[in-house]
Write a new protein. Structure first.
Length: 224
């Protein structure tokens, strides 16, 4: 139905069915990836806090079932009750945790890192957007080693683009059908300005702040 303004009555034919099937499959991939990575992270965190909790597949399966149970309850309860309440609770807990970490690690350090990171991102946005690591993907430079001008050990990993950039792009793109429809549904009745600020400006700034606080705190812990 989201494509009705673009393709009209064709959404009731094979084209519409193909779009629905593709959306369902990509959403499943996105959910499975998020559940898998989330379960591994939660398991690692529990092991650090409680060493008696092992890091194995059994614990991760229990975590996945627990998350699935909570998500199912929220969906069954409806958008205004279940999903809304859980979203508000997660936001409040996340804000509390972020502020605690920020003030414990030192606001001056966090704010300096925030300004520096945003500036670095804006400065390199265009360059990184077009960076494909083409030469690195060719593999080690055997010719330079044969001429005694290089060392294979000095070459970086050629799988970086696949394991990081391409993987995360695919993961986020897989969520686009579900997230797009969800945002469109909750944004009904709002102006374009409110929609842009609510779905783009605020989330981007919050992501910058969140990653700065926790990423900066992690780097500080490693350095100390």
């Amino acid at each position: 139905s989201c494509f009705y303004p673009l393709i009209g009555e064709k959404i009731f034919g094979w084209l519409g069915d193909s779009i629905d099937i593709l959306s369902i499959i990509t959403t499943i991939f996105g959910v499975c990836t998020s559940l898998g990575i989330g379960a591994i992270q939660v398991n690692a965190g529990l092991h650090i806090l409680f060493p008696m909790v092992p890091e194995n597949i059994d614990v991760q399966i229990v975590i996945i079932w627990s998350i699935t149970f909570c998500a199912t309850l929220s969906v069954v309860s409806g958008l205004r009750r279940g999903v809304r309440r859980i979203s508000q609770a997660c936001f409040i807990i996340g804000m509390f945790l972020m502020l605690v970490v920020c003030f414990l690690e030192g606001p001056e350090y966090i704010f300096n890192l925030f300004i520096q990171s945003v500036g670095y991102y804006v400065q390199n946005l265009i360059q990184l957007s077009f960076h494909c690591d083409a030469f690195e993907q060719l593999g080690p430079s055997h010719g330079s080693q044969e001429r005694g001008r290089g060392n294979l050990a000095d070459d970086g990993e050629s799988d970086w683009m696949n394991e990081w950039t391409v993987f995360y792009w695919s993961w986020w793109i897989a969520w686009s059908p579900f997230v797009g429809a969800f945002i469109a549904k909750i944004s009904r009745g709002r102006t374009i300005r409110e929609f842009i600020h609510g779905s783009l400006t605020a989330p981007v700034l919050y992501s910058f702040l969140w990653l700065t606080v926790f990423g900066g705190s992690g780097i500080k812990m490693e350095r100390n």
